[in-house]
Design a protein around this ligand. Structure first.
Ligand SMILES: [Fe+2]
Ligand SMILES: [Fe+2]
Length: 259
């Protein structure tokens, strides 16, 4: 059995601090073999820098997934070509830098982590379903253990991806919306599914952003400067177990760590 801890979107400094403080407790309690985290908002709420990626790896994270904000910090472009543990969505057009999957391996057991990006209410991008199907088929030649981070806005698109990859991937976990959903389950084909694993960041906010600024924008329609909020940091994610011989999920459980 493989135990995987998947941490939701780490938002800015409060997100990084809660990971630093909370992850050791989760590691002690769950003893994960593999720790995955979505890192696309780790740098000031938008993007990821090499320094921050290294900082997160030193906390015990093995692989950082991306999303629509992955390119926001310029330094990432060179770094992502050299650092296989940082991945970006597979369905960016041909020619985008970086890797879109990572193969974790320990004592002969391999787990592939694949990143896909949704396109409903998001910027136009290649089809995540067609691309996802192709990549999952390729990865299954390497290992039956495949975890997909589907970074998408629309609940329907995420649920559809869960069904689409049921029996093909070990887990399909949604990220991006920053609000954890209560729908985790094992689909009939053996795929662990959840629409969104939630945010690791300040909860006294609007999905991580200073709430006064977001309210001003909704109330006036004027452009405002968004800043990462500070208070009430929490760490969200899921604990997944997989039978490594079949790649089928055994369990999925969501958590919210409040210090
Ligand atoms: Fe995010
Ligand atoms: Fe995102």
């Amino acid at each position: 059995m493989i135990r995987i801890l998947f941490i939701g979107d780490i938002v800015g400094k409060p997100g990084r601090q809660i990971v630093q403080n909370g992850l050791p407790h989760l590691i002690e309690e769950f003893a994960p073999n593999l720790v995955i985290a979505n890192g696309e908002n780790a740098a000031g709420g938008s993007g990821l820098t090499p320094q921050i990626a290294e900082e997160l790896f030193s906390c015990g994270i093995h692989v950082l997934t991306g999303g629509n904000h992955i390119w926001k910090q310029r330094e990432i472009i060179e770094y992502i070509n050299e650092e296989p543990r940082v991945i970006r969505p597979a369905n960016y057009p041909e020619g985008a830098p970086g890797n879109y999957f990572y193969i974790w391996e320990k004592e002969g057991v391999k787990v592939a982590v694949l990143n896909l990006l949704g396109r409903v209410f998001m910027e136009p991008i290649d089809c995540p379903f067609k691309r996802g199907e192709k990549e999952v088929a390729q990865l299954s030649l390497i290992t039956p253990n495949i975890v997909v981070d589907f970074h998408a806005e629309a609940t329907s698109e995420k649920v559809a991806m869960g069904w689409f990859l049921d029996g093909k991937a070990s887990a399909v976990c949604g990220t991006h919306t920053h609000v954890q959903t209560a729908d985790e389950r094992i689909l009939p084909g053996g795929t662990a599914y959840i629409t969104d694993i939630g945010m690791s960041g300040p909860f006294d906010s609007v999905i991580g952003v200073d709430k006064e600024a977001v309210l001003a924008k909704f109330l006036t329609g004027l452009p405002v400067r968004f800043e990462v909020a500070k208070r009430d940091p929490r760490l969200c994610g899921v604990k997944i177990t997989i039978d490594e011989l079949t790649g089928k999920a055994i369990s999925i459980e969501r958590f919210q760590y409040i210090p």
